[in-house]
Design a protein around this ligand. Structure first.
Ligand SMILES: NC(=O)c1ccc[n+]([C@@H]2O[C@H](COP(=O)([O-])OP(=O)(O)OC[C@H]3O[C@@H](n4cnc5c(N)ncnc54)[C@H](O)[C@@H]3O)[C@@H](O)[C@H]2O)c1
Length: 255
């Protein structure tokens, strides 16, 4: 086997369509020598159908990151397919409609709690559920949308992402002794199901196309996926608690 991830065993969450960032991660990872196990949430048969479009059809196990039973049994269920894990990809986000599209001041706590549970706390719970399968050199990688500033329409999802960015640093701190890294990719806007669920998402799209120094293709998940692969690989052995921007350079430019 050859390639950047030759011989690596990865758990990839977050595939729901072939536009999912996670689908591009899984595809590129297989093309670069990795063995991939997918997790699916909700519409399992749909995820299984999408999994067959990968270069190597990948097994799918059911994981709702808010379900303690799913998390408790995750390691055993992954072991049915691989004998250990070298990397985990957290590509999961969800917020109820009240939390997005300008509803920041009115969203009720129950909805905000759901957003934080699925999009923030799950980063830690997924990593801990898979930890028994990991060994030194392993990596956890997640996806954020730059949470250093407030964005129009992103509202509580922005707060959830700020929490995710912090959670990744804390995970880096707590798992560092075991030789496990935690890093995030801050992707620019991409047209996925998650993005389409945000009312007014096109505001981002126009801004990015106009301002990103390298330009930005809203339908190309490959640059973000490539950065995930790099962080999962052995080529960032001393990098943890980091956020790599894959946004055409947008974050570096003042308005
Ligand atoms: N699309 C963008 O513009 C963009 C930009 C930056 C970061 N991100 C982040 O990338 C990640 C992947 O999103 P995407 O854009 O590929 O969209 P997507 O809709 O393809 O993926 C989101 C995934 O989250 C999963 N999910 C939701 N609730 C879950 C739960 N309770 N348990 C397990 N899985 C659950 C869904 O099944 C889906 O597969 C998310 O964290 C998102 O916030 C997206």
């Amino acid at each position: 086997m050859s390639g950047l991830l030759a011989g690596k065993r990865l758990l990839v969450t977050g595939v729901i369509t072939d536009a999912s960032i996670a689908f591009s991660v899984a595809k590129l990872a297989q093309e670069n020598g990795a063995q991939v196990v997918l997790t699916g949430y909700g519409r399992l048969s749909l995820v299984e159908r999408i999994a067959k479009r990968l270069p190597e059809p990948a097994p799918v196990i059911e994981v709702d990151v808010t379900n303690p039973d799913h998390l408790a049994s995750l390691a055993d269920r992954v072991r049915e397919h691989v004998d250990g894990l070298d990397g985990i990809v957290h590509s999961i986000g969800f917020a109820p409609q009240s939390c997005l599209g300008g509803g920041f001041l009115d969203a009720p706590w129950e909805d905000v709690a759901t957003a934080l549970h699925v999009s923030t706390f799950s980063y830690k719970s997924l990593a801990m559920a898979a930890l028994p399968l990991m060994s030194p050199g392993g990596a956890v990688v997640g996806l954020t949308f730059d949470a250093t500033v407030a964005w129009p329409v992103y509202d509580w999802m922005g707060v959830a992402k700020a929490g995710l960015e912090s959670a990744s640093r804390y995970l880096a701190m707590h798992l560092g002794k075991q030789g496990i890294r935690s890093n995030l990719v801050a992707a620019g806007p991409l047209r996925t199901i998650a993005a389409k669920s945000i009312p007014g998402f096109d505001e981002f799209e126009d801004a990015w196309s106009e301002r990103a120094p390298l330009g930005w293709n809203l339908s190309d998940q490959v640059p973000a996926a490539k950065a995930c692969l790099a962080l999962l690989s052995d080529w960032f052995p001393a990098t943890t608690g980091e956020i790599v921007h894959v946004d055409g350079g947008y974050h570096a430019i003042g308005s």
